[in-house]
Design a protein around this ligand. Structure first.
Ligand code: ADP
Ligand code: MG
Length: 373
């Protein structure tokens, strides 16, 4: 009978598997909680944070595969993921408690920025991350409509009590230790009666965004997703002044004009020192439900080519699907994740986004670790 692998041998196999939040080795971040080994059995427990919830399954699979390959004589390899607590720090002068603040923007209106901002936020929340949404499109707020919420938020002690969106339950049950949390949402659309126009000058715009960020009771967040207005850099500049953003996701369609606008948006974000986390191509193609035939309505592959040229990550594509439009119009964007046609595209973008953040975090100073509960 073969001897049991030592804990050290097992640990050294895990030394180059990275924590999907910090991008640093699990072993260096004290996230290997327990190792048990016998000649025929290895059981490893690893702590992961809710920030990387969308990558728990993938990380677990990688660890399992690594151990099976390294210790072929062991027939029973079991990897358990438990929650690892790592509280968000306070960002900027406004003290927002969030780990990653992500702006979703483009140069052009109508490309599906708001739809994707809300969909990505919901995807992360359904996976078990704590997510809030700030609608920074002060002139044309569409987040309230996309999530079916309305009405003025209550003010408590000078603070805005945000509306909470229930993102719905995932199709597959979440791993133990993760739960779907209600999502705080703040938008100018809750403050101004529908149909009424906001006419503001730059400084007021700056004030409104700063106030929504600073005075909303967001609670501690893994992600704050910001739905950006189209076009000019005013809001991006304001954001870059009040808090450090993790970066921006730029949405475009495959059309040349949209790509040109997206390229300008990328330059704009870079100018105000907001890193571009990647590009998403929306309305990439349409598959006719009657015939199954694919139509490249706005052309195809343009965003991926542009991303390559600009050396920024390509995060994925989303086809034109009638239900995506219908769910948005019905105020039920969350239903995109109940839809087997839409879900895989959106989930894949969420995973690549979070994976990209981890890679960036690896280059930043390490985050303080709290003991695992
Ligand atoms: N992939 C898609 N398939 C079908 N309709 C979409 C898709 N993406 C966005 N839409 C629809 O296009 C319209 C514009 O989207 P929106 O998210 O408001 O764009 P933006 O914020 O860039 O102005 C909305 O009616 C939305 O439902
Ligand atoms: Mg919009």
């Amino acid at each position: 009978m073969s001897t049991a692998p030592t804990a050290d041998a097992i640990r050294s196999q895990l030394a180059d598997i990275n924590d999907p939040e910090s991008g640093r080795p699990l072993t260096a971040m004290e996230q290997v909680v327990a190792i048990e080994a016998a000649s025929d059995r290895i059981a490893v427990t690893v702590g992961l944070t809710s920030h990387s919830a969308v990558l728990w399954k993938q990380t677990r699979g990688r660890i399992e595969e690594r151990l099976r390959t390294a210790f072929p004589a062991v027939t029973d390899v079991s990897v358990t993921i438990t929650p690892h607590q790592r509280a968000p720090g306070k960002l900027g002068q406004i003290g927002l408690e969030a780990k990653s603040v992500i702006a979703v923007g483009s140069g052009k209106g109508g490309v599906g920025k708001s739809t994707l901002a809300v969909s990505l936020a919901i995807g992360l929340a359904r996976a078990g991350s704590r997510v809030g949404i700030l609608d920074a499109d002060v002139y044309g707020p569409s987040v309230p409509h996309l999530v079916g919420l309305e009405g003025r938020p209550a003010i408590n002690d000078g603070k805005i009590v945000p509306q909470q969106l229930n993102p719905g339950q995932p199709v597959d049950p979440l791993p133990d230790g993760l739960t779907v949390q209600p999502m705080p949402i703040m938008s100018m659309g809750f403050m101004v009666p529908p149909g009424e126009a906001v006419v503001w000058r730059g400084p007021m715009l700056h004030g409104a965004i700063t106030q929504m960020l600073r005075d909303t009771l967001w609670g501690p967040l893994d992600y704050l997703i910001i739905d950006m207005p189209p076009g000019t850099g005013d809001i991006a500049l304001t954001l870059s002044q009040v808090l450090p953003l993790s970066g921006a996701v730029v949405v475009c369609t495959p059309q040349d004009v949209a790509l040109l606008d997206a390229t300008k948006a990328i330059a704009m974000f870079q100018k105000v020192n907001i890193p571009v986390l990647g590009m998403v191509e929306n309305m990439s193609f349409f598959v006719c439900p009657d015939t199954g035939k694919r139509y490249n309505i706005f052309g195809t592959g343009g965003a991926e080519r542009t991303a390559k040229e600009l050396e920024i990550p390509f995060l994925g594509e989303v086809p034109i699907q009638i239900p995506i439009r219908e769910h948005g119009d019905a105020g039920n964007t969350a239903a995109n994740y109940d839809d087997p046609q839409a879900r895989p595209y959106l989930e894949s973008i969420c995973s690549r986004l979070v994976g990209g953040l981890a890679a960036r975090n690896a280059a930043a100073p390490p985050l303080p670790s709290l003991p695992t509960l």
